[in-house]
Design a binder for this molecule. Structure first.
Ligand SMILES: Cc1cc2nc3c(=O)[nH]c(=O)nc-3n(C[C@H](O)[C@H](O)[C@H](O)COP(=O)(O)OP(=O)(O)OC[C@H]3O[C@@H](n4cnc5c(N)ncnc54)[C@H](O)[C@@H]3O)c2cc1C
Length: 231
């Protein structure tokens, strides 16, 4: 019974790839309005290439990087586009049993300038060289440039990897989500004090609201109401 409830959703990967540079080269890909050049410096670019979304990462003070060391969230991807990157990285679900980090399975890690900073957090998520080369190609395309400058460091994370299995979940087709959502809260009934809640089995999958909604449902089992029903 509990297996049936747990299997009523499908975990979905979410993918992020970060790249750093000596300078914010993307400024040069700006445009001219009324004879005045407007640099690209904040926000994001969206494309139908597998890179999907590129975010121009601000400095620590929240302002756009205008010179010096700078960073992109080069790709923020979900859905079917993640499959594009799958061929450029270690297969999923190899790490849990082997008790290894994904980075340890990357055959061709992109070392860039990070050679001087081994054991940094970046190294734990080092990106494969073919992935960095491909993202550079797509970044040049979406910015209308022939090439982009050398990447200093690159790190990727995919929440489809172990132990997460997914960054968010979706109800399987045909599942009566409104019933599963209630039944999974205390799957063995009042006989056993086992409770399951979280975004996965909620009406707001993919959002913190879903986690809060179902946490509230657990609290209600104890007669506690965290927020008014219609409030
Ligand atoms: C990349 C990304 C971006 C997101 N962006 C947004 C956003 O902008 N806005 C938004 O609202 N939501 C966003 N979300 C979704 C949001 O983070 C989740 O919906 C929310 O965190 C789910 O909460 P949860 O309590 O259900 O699960 P989690 O937050 O996943 O909590 C589960 C906890 O259980 C722990 N755990 C797992 N297995 C074990 C075990 N065996 N023993 C002990 N502990 C264990 C985990 O370490 C984790 O701390 C994003 C998610 C991702 C991955």
């Amino acid at each position: 019974m509990i297996q049936h409830l747990i299997a009523s959703v499908t975990p979905r990967p979410l993918f992020k790839l970060f790249t750093t540079y000596t300078n914010p080269w993307w400024r040069a890909a700006g445009y001219t309005v009324d004879g005045k050049f407007v640099p690209v410096e904040s926000g994001r670019t969206v494309t139908d290439l597998p890179v999907r979304q590129t975010y121009y990462w601000p400095k620590d003070d929240g302002k756009p990087a205008t010179k010096g060391p700078s960073m992109l969230m080069a790709s923020y991807d979900d859905g079917t586009d993640i499959g594009f990157w799958d061929g450029l990285r270690p297969r999923r679900h190899q790490t849990w049993q082997a008790r290894r980090q994904v980075a340890e399975l990357v055959k061709n890690p992109y070392l860039g300038a990070s050679k001087q900073q081994s054991n940094s957090e970046w190294d734990k998520y080092v990106a494969p060289t073919p992935m960095v080369e491909e993202v550079a190609r797509q970044l040049a395309t979406i910015h209308g440039l022939n090439y982009t400058p050398k990447v200093r460091e690159a790190a990727f994370r995919d929440w489809g990897d172990d132990p997460f299995g997914g960054g968010w979940n979706s109800w399987n087709i045909g599942v009566k989500s409104w019933e599963v959502k209630q039944n999974i809260i205390q799957p063995f009934g009042t006989d056993r004090s086992l409770y399951i809640c979280g975004e996965a089995y909620s009406d707001a999958q993919g959002w913190v609201e879903g986690a809060l909604e179902t946490a509230d449902m657990v609290l209600e089992k104890f007669g506690i109401r965290a927020y008014p029903k219609n409030g």
